[in-house]
Design a protein. Structure first.
Length: 259
């Protein structure tokens, strides 16, 4: 069964400077233009389509092994008062789809667990890495950056050489503005993304970052669905992570950070 698109825009609140509009998996569909969501006036306008379902015929592939140069916990630089600046850029997962509430999305869970942080979240619906990276203004002097991109590129598919160049450019901009920032690169949320995951892991290691695979989590049925459940973004599907799935993603991110 082909995965269909969910179209929705939502902003992430929490009293922090957040710019968010959801990016969801799109395959065989023409992306719709999605406006930026207001950081001060949340708006959710879901459009219900048939629910995407992971194909049981696809066996998740093994995840690439991060370089030994990225072993150990990543230290988050903080100022004298213990404050840190955080960037999360990604797709619908970064926007919290389809957790019950925005606060249960993995971005909010990570932000809440890190204490005194100033977060910025950027995402776009139905767009690939090149578009999301193009609208991501990297704040200066970041202390932590979490990159959650690539799932939509699997569905298009984006040529791997183009994907690698675009991913490297985004990470290069982060390293140029914030050479000491901790960098976490999440793999794709799909059973079909092994080649993209390998590229993400390699480019991330080359930029002194830590790759975190999501393939094992995606393979667990209890981290998806049920279809039609109530969420802040409308009825949930059985492709996106549920509350337990978002919690597991957040724990995977937090598990590589020294706090």
């Amino acid at each position: 069964m082909t995965r269909r698109a969910w179209t929705i825009a939502a902003s992430l609140g929490g009293g922090a400077a957040v710019v968010a509009a959801a990016l969801v998996l799109s395959q065989g569909a023409t992306p719709d233009a999605m406006p930026s969501a207001s950081a001060t006036s949340p708006s959710v306008t879901p459009t219900r389509t048939s629910s995407p379902r992971p194909s049981p015929s696809v066996t998740p592939t093994s995840s690439p092994t991060p370089s030994t140069s990225t072993s150990g916990l990543l230290r988050i630089p903080r100022d004298a008062k213990g404050n840190a600046r955080l960037l999360i850029t990604g797709d619908s997962l970064a926007a919290g789809f389809f957790a019950s509430t925005e606060a249960q999305g993995f971005s909010s869970l990570v932000t809440g667990a890190l204490g005194r942080v100033t977060p910025t979240t950027v995402s776009r619906a139905h767009q690939t890495l090149s578009t999301v990276a193009g609208v991501t203004e990297v704040p200066p002097d970041l202390d932590l950056a979490v990159i959650e991109l690539g799932t939509n590129d699997v569905g298009i598919p984006t040529p791997l050489a183009d994907f690698e160049a675009q991913y490297g450019d985004l990470l290069g901009r982060i390293r140029t503005s914030s050479p000491d920032a901790a960098l976490v690169c999440l793999g794709t949320w799909t059973a079909d993304g092994a080649a993209y995951d390998e590229t993400i892991a390699r480019v991330c290691a080359a930029n002194a970052g830590r790759y975190v695979s999501l393939a094992g989590l995606f393979a667990l049925p209890e981290l998806h669905g049920p279809d039609g459940r109530d969420t802040f973004a409308g009825p949930g599907d059985d492709f996106h992570p549920n509350d337990a799935g978002h919690r597991a993603i957040a724990d995977a991110v937090l598990g590589v950070l020294a706090r």
